[in-house]
Design a protein around this ligand. Structure first.
Ligand SMILES: [Zn+2]
Ligand SMILES: [Zn+2]
Length: 407
């Protein structure tokens, strides 16, 4: 059995060959040259053992770190002070080291070997991290920590990076004329002008702003974003079980959120309701946004000429389960690439008709442009209900009744 210390001493002689005796190094910098030998020791312990074995003098200033490794207690105290105002359950330490120090270390490796060496940054992160773990009583977290303290060793400063917090839920939008997210004014790009009445946005509020307001008040965040499983049109309601979303709060000062109080603040609006709220993680955002759930719509249609119920049902049935070619609609062509894609209608039911108008219940694949499916968008969607009927159709109302996600 080789002890950890023996493992270090076994490689010490290779350092002597590399001319290590001529360098003035602190214990930590000396030990770090073989930092991967001898599990469980600190680099300072490795360094002291090597110094004894090779009878190297100590005491002079370290030619590599200039005394940096003797300052980890100070760096830990600086980091702890910077972290104090923030609420977090997990943390990590990072560091910025003067590039000249890193370059000196790499130059030393070229003469004494780097096979077992550890970099100075890695040691600083670990040693400052160990001291913070002891102060805070929680272990460092490498995967998605709530907060990261980055110590700049050259300036004795600490920069705190606060990761966002995420809340999952479903929203219903019971009123028309509310966009999902803030819609900045196109003329002034948010600054405020005569066109937008100085608000910087085209609508008074949005689903995002209504849900975020009570969460921002609770957390003291610096900003927010709403990630939806798709989006409905401004003038469409979102009914049924609602649309899954994840609300992201940037740089929250406080991370514990009373979700019941959030729902209680949003729901009496009568315009937007939330339920199923729970804390989420950033890893859930991409799968939510990429979910290809089919949607069920209610569409109120007005015909340009009388349409008999039988003809309507026949035209509707002809659209089901066949490819519908949809070129990017005119109404979104200013912000989306012009291309043609194929979608399918899974069901189309006429729930009411009176020759002049009709109400349809349509189940469609994710990404179907439903208004265009009905009116045809001047031939850009084909086949369409208007094309199949031979009568122009106008969409008077559109609601999303259900999003059939797997969650
Ligand atoms: Zn040193
Ligand atoms: Zn404006």
């Amino acid at each position: 059995m080789t002890t950890a210390l023996e493992a270090v001493l076994q490689v010490a002689d290779t350092l002597a060959v590399g001319g290590i005796r001529d360098r003035s190094l602190c214990d930590a910098c000396l030990g770090r040259l073989v930092g991967r030998a001898g599990h469980g020791l600190t680099n300072s312990e490795r360094g002291r053992a090597i110094r004894e074995r090779l009878t190297i003098d100590g005491g002079g200033p370290c030619s590599l770190c200039g005394g940096l490794l003797g300052e980890v207690d100070k760096f830990a105290a600086l980091a702890a002070a910077k972290l104090a105002p923030w609420d977090f359950r997990t943390f990590l330490v990072g560091s910025k080291v003067d590039p000249e120090v890193v370059a000196r270390e790499e130059l030393l490796w070229t003469t004494v070997g780097a096979a077992l060496a550890e970099g100075i940054k890695s040691e600083l992160n670990r040693e400052i991290g160990k001291r913070l773990e002891a102060r805070l009583g929680i272990p460092a977290e490498f995967s998605r920590p709530d907060i990261v303290a980055v110590v700049d060793t050259a300036f004795d400063s600490v920069n705190v990076e606060v990761n966002p917090l995420f809340i999952y839920g479903r929203y219903r939008k019971l009123a028309r004329g509310i966009p999902q997210t803030r819609w900045p004014c196109r003329r002034c790009r948010g600054k405020g002008c005569a066109h937008c009445g100085g608000r910087g946005k085209m609508y008074e509020t949005s689903v995002e702003e209504m849900i975020a307001a009570p969460v921002m008040a609770q957390t003291g965040g610096s900003g927010h974003a709403l990630h939806g499983m798709g989006r409905e049109d401004v003038d469409a309601r979102m009914l049924g079980r609602g649309r899954p979303f994840i609300l992201e709060i940037k740089e929250p000062v406080r991370r514990s959120v009373d979700l019941g109080a959030v729902a209680a603040a949003v729901n009496p609006s009568g315009a937007v309701e939330v339920d199923g709220l729970r804390m989420a993680s950033g890893a859930e955002v991409t799968p939510l946004k990429e979910d290809r759930a089919q949607k069920v719509y209610r569409v109120l249609v007005k015909f340009a000429a009388p349409v008999e119920d039988g003809n309507l049902k026949g035209a509707g049935a002809s659209l089901v389960a066949r490819p519908i070619g949809q070129r990017t609609p005119i109404r979104v062509s200013h912000r989306r690439a012009d291309r043609t894609r194929e979608r399918r209608i899974l069901a189309l039911e006429v729930t009411r008709s009176d020759r002049g108008t009709a109400e349809l219940r349509i189940t469609a694949e994710a990404g179907t442009y439903v208004k265009e499916l009905v009116h045809g968008d001047r031939g850009r969607t084909t086949p369409s209900l208007a094309e199949s009927l031979g009568v122009a159709c106008e969409v008077v109302e559109l609601d999303v009744l259900d999003i059939q996600d797997t969650g």
